[in-house]
Design a protein. Sequence first.
Length: 349
Amino acid sequence: MNLTIEAVPVHPRRGGRETAMENGTMRAWVLEEPGRLALRSIAIPEAKDDQLLVKIDRACICNGSDPGIYHGRPAYETPCVFGHEGSGRIVKAGKDAGDFCVGERVFWWFEMGSFAEYQAITPSRTAVFRLPESFGRDEAPVMELVMAACRALMRRPACEGRRRLLICGLGPSGLVLLQYARKLGYTHIAGWDLYPARRELALRLGADEVFDPRELTPEAIGRMEPADCTVLMYGDDKLPGDTALDLAMLATRPYGLVVSYGHPEHGARFSPYLFQSRNLTLVPPENDLAVIRKEGKQVVELAARGEINVTALISHRMSFDALGDVFRDLLEHPDVYGKVVYHWEEETL
């Protein structure tokens, strides 16, 4: 795998040295073109009347979509400031940016540009959430991932005929969803994942049973109690035989629900015959911002009370200066990493 990481000689601003706001520039990890990530000094974004300017305190890698964006997913033009999982404190609030105030701690779903010292956020086209002062600083940026994952089951609580859940992929998103699903009333939650550490953590966080999908055959799945609802949360399919999606459909009861959440960089293959013969319904996660803003308040409350365990998802904490090297290693060894949380050298909150 070819990866180009470049860094400029940027030093922490301490003591009597001028701040980023004073000199108008900030440090940022810029995706200059697909496959080329560099630490640069760039202008602090100007917050428009409908925007908030947030001083980034913490940010983290998105294990699911950042690799695809890095490799050139068409939806994102380069150059751009990389990263979208961030949190911080509002330092400027435009007059048309809603009822947010300078000084409030926030996170948001979804806007690119979090791997920087400052980010301009547009509340009208994203879902911005306030965080209580008691909420952990390292946990705060992970809330973007938490909100994203919970969208898979927003407006899909357990009900008659929908109580058994299968989560295919127990990375950070899947681990969040199993906790949220329990709060939504799902009575039996199973998970599939290739990596033993993720399966073990899923059991500690409340999964009823977990499986290595490489060990599942159509015959073995046929002997299992089927899921009423299956959520696809994995990245690229790494199974040697039947596709993961085909196996997941086999594990879902006829007329059941399949939610497509994950972002496989190379797409997903499945048998249309299998899908049609089982009369399955395939749907996306919730994308209506009004719904996410409303339902997301409960998600924040659950996390603040520890009923969604965010801390358990974090595997590494480190300086932003190390982001390039760690991102390279994550691409090569995804099984080693949960959420990687970054901070600038100086404390900002």
